[in-house]
Ligand binder design. Structure first.
Ligand code: APR
Ligand code: PHB
Length: 391
């Protein structure tokens, strides 16, 4: 039986929890992280790879951006494609900012390296954490280590960084009206392949057969996706079927695709989700524990980092006796969260094929694309959201 007393207990060792522990450490605030999965499993996850300026700055402030700065690729535009017609939104010309290409898997590895270099205590492979006394001034978490030893951690604050399926949000009493969700009638099949990317910028393509996305991890490793029907599994998509669909949906650009055997194939569902209850007593939610965005627009990690940056600043002020930031955390975080939810929903709605759409809705999608192509104002809206709203 281990009994600990600590400033902050962090539930979850994904990007949110790891970055929060690093930022708190730099402010002299000790934390303990409890993680359901093994370190190997956390390090093996493949997620997105487009970073907003604020995310890069946060990683630099955390002292975890050396490899990022050495390996990054900068993009000054993002390509929208409609039935094979392409338009490059000049995001840097319109906003002054690039987006940075660097995989989330690498960010997680960099953050774990930083944690281990300062002996951050992370309890890996502890799937049974239970939170208690959240409204008291000594909330706690109980969990069991792989060797069967029971651990109770008493903390002054708890950060719920345990994602959509975590225990933290479930520990907060809520009404149906506190939560907002849209489940999209399709998924994304993702493929990682060690071949040069088909385009110099990320390509979002709407085609009559469905959506496709061409991204990358480096100049020799590409990350590609196609929209899939509800209920599709990876088994429904032999790699030949994927390549045919992907190349078709990119139009003429598809002729330049270098195919190969996938390093990884997986299907993810798409949803928008927000809980308004980002705080309950001494528990504060950050990242996917509080919200989910569809991956169109690459906002999941960036939105998580924005929460963590805000929460770390608030916890640092609290440590110095000023709890105003914590009291305003949920309200202020949600103000930006809803704007990012809007952009992710907007791009998803514009760029995917919906079974329920009739001719009129399809015309509206095309008209939106044509409006963007013809209007610098419309391009600027996309650009300022894609490079990231200030935080
Ligand atoms: N107890 C402890 N840890 C848990 C529990 C639990 N009950 N439930 C989940 N976890 C862990 C998960 O194993 C995971 O490592 O919490 C972590 C949550 O990480 P993410 O789901 O990655 O969420 P977050 O850190 O907020 O990062 C958001 O990651 O999933 C992507 O698309 C998402 O890019 C976004 C980013
Ligand atoms: C990726 O590189 O995996 C990626 C890029 C852009 C997105 C989603 C995913 O919108």
């Amino acid at each position: 039986m281990i009994n600990e007393k600590i400033d902050v207990l962090i539930v979850g060792a994904g990007p949110s929890g790891l970055l929060l522990s690093q930022l708190l450490h730099l402010e002299g605030i000790d934390s303990i992280i409890v993680e359901r999965s093994s370190k190997e499993r956390v390090l093996s996850r493949i997620r997105a790879g487009v970073l907003e300026r604020g995310t890069v700055n946060a990683l630099r402030d955390a002292g975890c951006a050396d490899r990022l700065d050495a390996q990054k690729i900068l993009h000054d535009g993002v390509i929208l494609s409609f039935d094979g017609e392409q338009f490059n939104v000049p995001i840097k010309m319109l906003t002054g900012y690039d987006v940075t290409i660097y995989g989330q898997t690498e960010i997680t590895a960099d953050l774990i390296t930083a944690c281990e270099s300062r002996d951050q205590r992370i309890f890996w492979s502890c799937p049974d954490a239970v939170l208690a006394d959240l409204k008291s001034d000594a909330p706690s978490a109980m969990f069991t280590q792989p060797d069967g030893e029971k651990v109770t951690v008493h903390a002054k604050l708890i950060a719920g960084c345990d994602g959509y399926y975590g225990v933290s949000r479930q520990s907060i009493p809520s009404k149906p009206s506190d939560n907002f969700e849209r489940v999209y009638p399709f998924g994304w099949l993702g493929v990682m392949v060690d071949e040069p990317p088909v385009a110099h910028n990320v390509v979002y393509a709407n085609h009559v057969d469905g959506f496709a996305l061409a991204s990358m991890r480096s100049h020799t490793r590409s990350r590609y996706y196609v929209q899939t029907a509800p209920g599709d599994t990876v088994e429904d998509w032999p790699i030949e079927r994927f390549w045919t669909a992907f190349k078709t949906r990119l139009g003429a650009l598809g002729d330049g695709v270098k195919t190969g055997e996938p390093l990884e194939m997986s299907i993810a569902p798409l949803r928008s989700f927000v809980t308004q209850k980002m705080q309950h007593g001494r528990l504060f939610l950050a990242g996917d524990a509080a919200h989910i965005v569809p991956p169109t627009g690459a906002k999941g990690l960036n939105l998580a980092v924005a929460d963590v940056r805000r929460l770390a600043r608030a916890m640092s002020a609290w440590k110095k006796g000023d709890s105003n930031g914590l009291e305003r955390y949920a309200t202020e975080a949600l103000e930006r969260i809803w704007k990012v939810e809007r952009f992710s929903w907007y791009l998803t709605s514009m760029m995917h094929q919906f079974d329920e759409h009739k001719a009129f809705e399809k015309k509206m999608q095309r008209a939106e694309f044509d409006y963007v192509v013809s209007s610098e104002a419309a391009q600027t809206m996309i650009a300022e959201n894609y490079v990231g709203l200030a935080f």
